[in-house]
Design a protein around this ligand. Structure first.
Ligand code: GLA
Length: 694
């Protein structure tokens, strides 16, 4: 049983980790321990009870509370802040009771009530034993007759073992340059990572890792994420008393939620883990968890797709798409995706969004003809949509100008000539469900690329039933609802989440989408870095990667393919301009990818030499049974003379013998890991070497 309880203390155990919490003598729920699993239950330390404090810092300020409310003399960053109907802004939680449920995974619920007001808080802890992960979220319930205004409700506070000198690793970036890995010391004070755009954004990801001296493959790492596709906030606080804590949850910036009598508010979940084996192991834990537990079609290998966007932009019709489809099929592509430009009046990015039916001029007989052509070539058919958006020049906007997010007294700022439909509204949700359901029911579509190309401005919702600021949360809930209904009605469809590239890449959206469009930047050397950052918390099978023409004069086709083969391979170049030898080279890479994709998409990933830090990089994928692997090595641009670094393989069975393609000797797994190998490359050269256990 992974949950051990007494009247005032709880110990949560996973395969390799232990997490302990309990009520301290003052009745506060204090964090006790998070780290390696200990042999005996009696080993776990008692709840923290401050022995000394000074007048400006009361005892509450010291206690590493699991979920502190803003109250009394606590000046640490709280998880919960509310205003009661009489104006009281102070939440004093007293413990009530606990319960444990077992199925499908064990969950511990701890119930608290405000000592005076009718607010109930339940903290939930779900144990993912085999992944060494703990999932936490909170439920607030208004038990009274007056509304309660919630101003902050985080999902969890994760407390590190006592002390400071921790470093925080997080991801930052921008459009076409996502997922930079940043590691920095946590000095006293508060470091904030957040989004205010209604999507997690390219600027930051809802992911963190904290360590003291960890590297890629060794050292203690505490890591976590938030399963949420909207505004989020991570605060990393190192207190003046050497306590380090990470809070994570909905962003409270411009947020408020009027909790009506007898209603509940449930926060999104935060999932966190601990490993002794470095950032690489932390990533692999999340990769397994996402593939096995989150994405809808986790066990299905992704098809190699062709996407027409960079080839034809908005200029699509049956003839031009069919030509591309014919060449794609010859090369071995399995899924043909028509991107933007196919729907009513869509010739540029200034019109059409909202009207999700085929353009009469480009497709006078609907999409059926093209889909039949594609299917006859042996490929599936997929389509691009951007359902959350309207162009002012669209039938939908003309009919429902009030459906967009706006303030009635302000100009509606357009971005890419578009406005955002208010997904918090049920009429908007129903309209999108019905128009996409029609499209999917009338056409043999097995793949949808769902795009979202702008951040919010003027976040108004004049006729909101509660507080207008609920829009940040209700929008995302509305999006999930729409996607959920469509998935139920069309369970075989594979959905891809795109937000101008990787702007909406998180565990929340992956409950609905099997894939993420990683970045609008398809230049291969830039992609190496973007992909490495992405892999910190998301697995390769969710990472859609196309070979395009962006970099055709700079980077050899094979290199471009090799980079894209590190994820879910796609092709996005203008195939009409590819000569015969390009097409043959592409066909070869595609056929190789078909042989190795099960290792890449479902195996363990090891970042051997970082491309974000080096111009020579290597990444390895290994099947779960350790019998076969693939090594990718890339060299971008390094002046000679250059001493090729040794590549140390990882994860192999130490005693077993392995051969590596193109290398004469057969060595033990341990030798390949300890002695390593050199893969000689020239500038802008890459290699894929297959690893086989003998
Ligand atoms: C966004 C996407 C691209 C493409 C275009 C179409 O930029 O990220 O991949 O689909 O929209 O307009």
């Amino acid at each position: 049983m992974p949950i051990h309880s007494s009247a005032t203390g709880w110990i949560l155990e996973t395969r390799n980790t232990g997490y302990a919490l309990g009520l301290n003598p003052a009745g506060l729920l204090a964090h006790r321990y998070w780290g390696a699993r200990l042999p005996y239950i009696s080993d776990y330390p008692a709840p923290f009870d401050p022995i000394k404090w000074s007048s400006p810092d009361g005892p509450h300020h010291f206690v590493p509370e699991e979920y502190p409310g803003y109250a009394n003399t606590k000046y640490i960053d709280p998880c919960l802040k509310v205003t009661y109907a009489d104006g009281t802004r102070d939440v004093v939680l007293t413990y009530e009771d606990f319960s444990i449920t077992i199925s499908p995974q064990p969950v511990l619920d701890l119930r608290f009530k405000d000592s005076h007001y009718p607010l109930q808080l339940t903290l939930h802890y779900r144990i993912h034993e085999e992944y060494d992960l703990i999932e936490r979220w909170a439920t607030l319930e208004n038990l009274g007759d007056d509304p309660i205004l919630i101003e902050r409700a985080f999902s969890a506070k994760w407390t590190l073992p006592p002390g400071d000198n921790y470093s925080l690793t997080h991801l930052y970036g921008r459009h076409i340059d996502e997922f930079h890995v940043q590691r920095e010391s946590l000095t006293p004070g508060l470091k904030v990572i957040e989004s205010r755009r209604i999507i997690p954004s390219h600027r930051a990801s809802p992911w963190f890792a904290v360590d003291r001296i960890a590297g890629e493959e060794q050292g203690e790492v505490w890591f976590g994420t938030l399963a949420w596709s909207g505004n989020f906030k991570i605060t990393a606080e190192a207190t003046e008393f050497a306590s380090t804590r990470i809070s994570i949850g909905l962003n409270d910036w411009d947020f408020a939620w009027k909790l009506m009598p007898h209603q509940i508010f449930v926060t999104p979940a935060s999932i966190s883990g601990y490993t002794k084996n470095g950032l690489g192991a932390a990533s692999r834990i999340f990769h397994d968890y996402v593939r096995n537990e989150i994405i809808p079609h986790g066990k299905t290998p992704h098809k190699i797709l062709y996407n027409s966007w960079e080839a034809t932009l908005f200029d699509v019709d049956e003839a031009s798409q069919s030509k591309l489809a014919y060449i794609a099929a010859q090369m071995g592509v399995e899924l043909f995706v028509m991107d933007d430009g196919w729907f009513h009046n869509r010739n540029l990015d200034n019109a059409g969004l909202g009207d999700w039916f085929p353009d009469k001029v480009k497709f006078p007989n609907g999409l059926g003809g093209l889909i039949t052509n594609v299917n006859d070539l042996g490929m599936d058919f997929g389509l691009w949509v951007e359902p959350e958006m309207v162009n002012p020049d669209s039938d939908l906007y003309r009919a429902h100008p009030d459906w967009v997010i706006h303030f009635p007294t302000r100009a509606r700022t357009e971005s890419r000539n578009q406005l955002i439909l208010n997904m918090a509204r049920t009429d908007v949700q129903n309209h999108i469900i019905e128009s996409l359901d029609k499209l999917l029911s009338e056409n043999n579509i097995t793949f949808i690329k769902w795009d979202m190309n702008r951040g919010v401005s003027e976040p108004g919702w004049a006729d909101a039933p509660g507080d207008q600021r609920e829009i940040w949360v209700r929008y995302v809930q509305g999006l999930y609802h729409v996607w959920d209904i469509l998935r139920q009605r069309h369970p075989k469809v594979i959905w891809q989440s795109c937000a101008s590239g990787g702007g909406r890449a998180d565990f929340g959206i992956l409950k609905f989408a099997d894939q993420i469009w990683t970045s609008d930047n398809t230049e291969a050397t830039a992609r190496l870095n973007i992909q490495e950052g992405y892999s910190q918390f998301l697995p390769a099978n969710t990472m859609e990667a196309w070979v395009t023409d962006w970099d055709k004069d700079l980077v050899p086709l094979e290199f471009r393919f090799h980079v894209s083969m590190c994820g879910s391979l796609g092709v996005g170049g203008n195939l009409l301009e590819w000569n015969q030898s390009d097409r043959e080279a592409a066909a070869k890479c595609i056929s190789l990818y078909k042989e190795i994709r099960h290792i890449i998409q479902f195996g363990d990933q090891f970042r051997l030499i970082s491309s974000q830090k080096n111009d020579y990089s290597a990444v390895q994928y290994l099947s779960k049974d350790k019998t076969e692997g693939v090594l990718f090595a890339f060299r971008t641009h390094i002046p000679e003379p250059f001493n090729i670094p040794l590549i140390h393989l990882r994860g192999l069975d130490p005693e077993a013998l392995y051969s590596i393609e193109g290398v004469e000797q057969t060595w033990s797994g341990l030798a390949w890991m300890e002695a390593g190998l050199k893969v000689v490359l020239n500038n802008l050269q890459s290699k894929i070497l297959r690893i086989k256990r003998i």
